[in-house]
Design a binder for this molecule. Structure first.
Ligand SMILES: Cc1cc2nc3c(=O)[nH]c(=O)nc-3n(C[C@H](O)[C@H](O)[C@H](O)COP(=O)(O)O)c2cc1C
Length: 225
C-alpha cells in the first residue's frame, strides 16, 4: 500500500472477524513500529500483547468494573481536561456518529454499551498495550503517540485493522492483574488489532477532518507576501 493512501484510508476498526492474528505477524508489526522516532532516541515504549484467554480475562474484568459503576482511574491524566469549545463540538459530533451505530442492550443505555464495547477492545483477537516506565523522560507521551500511529499505519500492510483505545487504560488495576505490568510502568494506551469485518455497521463510521485552510497560518517574509 502506498504511504499516502495508507495515511488517508486508515480509520478506526470497531468490529473484527474472529480469525486470530498470528504471533509472527504481531511480532513483525512491532519490529516495524520500533523504528518510530522518539526524543533523543529514548524509545520510551514497551509492548504487552494479549490474545486468547488473557484477553478474554481482561475483557471480563473490565466489563464487571463498568457494570459495578466503578469510575475510570487511568495512570495518565487523560480524563482531567475534558474537551471545551471547538473540541467539545467535534467530540459531540463523534459521539452522535458512533452512538447512532450502537445497538442498545436491555437495562443499559447506548453510551454505557459503547463504553463496554470499547473497554472490551471491540472483541478484537489481539490487543497491544503500550506502557512507559515512570522514569521515562518528558516527551514520552508524544513518542508513544508516534509509535501508536506507526503501528496503526503498518498494520494495514498486513490486511489488519486497528482501533487506538484510551479506554483500555481506564482500569489499570484490571490490566495489571491480567498482565503483570508493574506499578513502576504507566499504562498509556491500547491498540485493538484484527482482521476487519467490513460488513458490520460499526465499521461504516467515517469521521471527517477540519479543512487545511483552517489549520494553517503562513508566516511569510515581507518580500514574499
Ligand atoms: C488517544 C486516542 C484514544 C482513543 N480512544 C478510543 C477509545 O477508547 N474508543 C474508541 O472507540 N476509539 C478511540 N479512539 C479512536 C478515535 O475515536 C478516532 O481515531 C477518531 O474518532 C478519528 O476516527 P478515525 O480513527 O476513524 O479516523 C482513540 C484515538 C486516540 C488517538
Amino acid at each position: 500500500m502506498e504511504l499516502l493512501e495508507a495515511i488517508k484510508s486508515r480509520r478506526s476498526v470497531r468490529a473484527y472477524k474472529p480469525d486470530p492474528v498470528s504471533e509472527e505477524v504481531l511480532t513483525e508489526l512491532l519490529e516495524v513500529a520500533r523504528w518510530a522516532p522518539s526524543a533523543t532516541n529514548t524509545q520510551p515504549w514497551e509492548f504487552f500483547v494479549l490474545t486468547g484467554n488473557a484477553l478474554e480475562d481482561l475483557n471480563h474484568a473490565t466489563t464487571a468494573n463498568i457494570r459495578e459503576g466503578m469510575k475510570p482511574n487511568p495512570d495518565i491524566a487523560a480524563l482531567e481536561t475534558p474537551p471545551k469549545g471547538p473540541y467539545a463540538t467535534r467530540q459531540q459530533k463523534f459521539f452522535k456518529q458512533i452512538l447512532d451505530l450502537v445497538k442498545p442492550e436491555e437495562g443499559t443505555n447506548k453510551m454505557q454499551n459503547w463504553f463496554e464495547m470499547s473497554a472490551s477492545n471491540y472483541n478484537a483477537p489481539a490487543l497491544i498495550i503500550i506502557v512507559a516506565d515512570k522514569s521515562a523522560p518528558g516527551w514520552f507521551i508524544f513518542d508513544i503517540g508516534i509509535v501508536t500511529q506507526t503501528i496503526a499505519l503498518a498494520a494495514q500492510e498486513y490486511g489488519l485493522g486497528t482501533c487506538i483505545l484510551g479506554d483500555t487504560a481506564a482500569y489499570p488495576d484490571c490490566v495489571r492483574r491480567v498482565t503483570g505490568i508493574p506499578e513502576s510502568k504507566r499504562i498509556i494506551i491500547g491498540i485493538a488489532v484484527g482482521y476487519p469485518d467490513w460488513d458490520d455497521p460499526l465499521n461504516s463510521l467515517q469521521t471527517g477532518r477540519e479543512p487545511v485552510e483552517k489549520l494553517v497560518t503562513w508566516c511569510r517574509t515581507a518580500e514574499t507576501r
